[in-house]
Design a protein around this ligand. Structure first.
Ligand code: NAD
Length: 503
């Protein structure tokens, strides 16, 4: 882009706000490397302004009828569905993912909106008539109040949509803090919610970095935090938020393994490895980054993967003339970090089968390029195996048995997603039972649960006990209350200081 970068402002109380911090951060188009926007970064005063707007909007929103809340969600669903290309273009321009992938991200977010439209059903309580003589007991679920949502760069629309529709449907008001690397989609979604009829102050967006996150984590009027990002930050968010009395769900990083047994359909497995390893340039928390091939299929499988990689096109995701399969990485710093891992893999003795370092021929040289990269004969002590790379780098590890492969996956500190490829139903069933990972695919490489299940990993991939969306989402964004009622009649039980019992 030529000219002045576009200012990217907070949305507080229904209005764009610059805030008072005076701090900003550049936003780049990863395919060109050029600065296209300048996002304001909130300080504690700006965050407090957003929390106060959300607090002010809470009583009326909490009291809005279930049908009014779901009608607004239905209206939002219609608007988002009709204008999905618009937000997909924003995602491509700031994140770098190709347009078709950006459209997929929006579609997965839409699923959660559709699920949240069912709030009247999902918020129903229980009722026990005559739990004791002339006593009825019933449970209700009530909103928490102001809730905070903090999202990562890799799904700038989908991750906010994992939480915001359910939080709103349950009667909460929200302060959303998106990633400062690609912040525009969040503001676009907030504007669309306003167009759908959401009252001012019910959804606020504050942009920022650690300073804004810390202000949310310690603010006394924020009741809960839903965080998605890297493991060290997720752990910090969980510890700080809970120390300040908040309910916290903090989803962290991943190192997702795909286990390929000798009886698997190797063409299917090779397709899956390429799709799940290099889609969105490997910047997915459910990307496959380690493929465990159970011998003797290693050589044949690697050959099939290499063959497919030769046909992949890397380029500017916005180009509709060539339609690349994969775009650039999100920032120059991230590209350099991933490239450094490739160098480390070579130094540590892994076999670099396909080297993706360097820009594609027809790409803008200033873009943050790194093409698909494949390592074979990776061992569990190498840094390319132990660390989350979060780029288009796939590592093949050879194992001699199913048990050896399973032990590798279970020894890993992450437990987000995993997949087994086999034609043996018994082996697949054993795997689903024995693997210590939260989301499991059987001949499915990226097993992201549908909106009516819940999303969440195990071990260092999730801090807290509530997974995202699905029924657990409604649990997280509400508190239970149980009412025991008796309507007086002429008989009176008299004084009894004993603990109440059924009778
Ligand atoms: P990140 O941890 O750097 O940032 C996430 C959020 O935290 C951003 O909003 C950022 O502004 C904020 N933040 C960054 N550093 C902080 C700090 N020191 N203190 C407080 N807040 C801070 O993550 P990212 O690079 O934006 O996203 C990629 C990571 O997210 C990967 O590790 C990926 O696996 C993970 N991720 C996980 C899931 C999941 O469902 N488990 C989904 C998507 C992404």
């Amino acid at each position: 882009m030529n000219g002045t970068p576009t200012p990217i402002l907070h949305r507080i109380g229904g209005k764009p706000e610059r805030g008072t911090s005076g701090r900003t951060s550049p936003v780049t188009n990863p395919a060109t490397g050029r600065v296209t926007g300048e996002v304001v970064l909130a300080d504690a005063t700006d965050v407090d302004q957003a929390v106060r707007a959300a607090l002010g909007a809470f009583p009326a929103w909490r009291d809005a009828s279930l049908s009014r809340r779901s009608q607004i969600l239905f209206a939002f669903r219609e608007l988002l569905s009709a204008r999905r290309d618009e937000v997909a273009a924003i995602l491509t321009a700031e994140h770098g993912k190709v347009l078709s992938d950006a459209a997929g991200e929006v579609a997965r977010g839409l699923e959660v909106v559709e699920f949240a439209c069912g709030a009247p059903h999902l918020l129903k309580g229980g009722f026990s008539e005559s739990a004791s003589s002339q006593v009825d007991v019933y449970s209700i679920r009530q909103p928490l109040g102001v809730v905070g949502v903090i999202s990562p760069f890799n799904f700038p629309a989908m991750v906010p949509l994992w939480f915001v529709p359910i939080a709103l449907a349950a009667g909460n008001t929200v302060v959303l803090k998106p990633s400062e690397k690609d912040p525009s989609a969040a503001g676009w979604l907030a504007d669309l919610f306003a167009e759908a009829g959401l009252p001012d102050g019910v959804l606020n967006v504050v942009h920022g970095d650690k300073e804004a996150v810390d202000a949310l984590l310690t603010h006394p009027d924020v009741q809960s935090i839903s965080f998605v990002g890297s493991t060290p930050v997720a752990k910090y968010v969980y510890e700080t938020g809970t120390a300040h009395g908040k309910r916290v769900q903090a989803l962290g990083g991943a190192k997702n393994h795909m286990l390929v047994l000798p009886d698997a359909d190797l063409d299917l497995a090779a397709d899956a490895a390429v799709n799940a390893g290099f889609g969105s340039a490997g910047e997915r928390c459910m990307a496959i980054s380690a493929l465990v091939a159970v011998e003797p299929i290693g050589d044949e499988l690697v050959a099939k993967i290499v063959d497919r990689m030769g046909k992949l096109r890397t380029g500017d995701g916005a180009r509709t003339d060539v339609r690349p399969d994969m775009g650039p990485l999100v920032t120059g710093a991230h590209r350099d970090r991933v490239a450094a891992f490739v160098g480390a893999g070579v130094d540590e003795g892994a076999e670099l089968v396909v080297d993706g370092r360097g820009a594609p021929d027809d790409a803008e040289p200033g873009g943050f390029w790194l093409r698909p990269t494949l390592f074979d004969k990776v061992t569990p002590t190498m840094s390319i195996y132990t660390e989350e790379i979060f780029g288009p780098v796939l590592s093949v590890v050879r194992a001699d048995t199913y048990d050896e492969g399973l032990a590798l996956i279970n020894a890993n500190r992450y437990g987000n997603g995993t997949a087994i490829f086999t034609n043996d139903g018994g082996a697949a069933r054993r795997f689903q039972n024995e693997v210590t990972v939260g989301m499991v695919g059987i001949n499915v490489p990226i097993p992201v649960p549908m909106a009516y299940y819940s999303f969440g990993g195990w071990k260092s991939s999730l801090f807290g006990d509530a997974h995202a969306y699905g029924a657990e989402g409604f649990q997280f964004f509400t508190r239970g209350k149980v009412v025991t009622q008796r309507w007086l009649d002429p008989s009176h039980g008299g004084i009894n200081l004993g603990f109440p019992q059924n009778g």
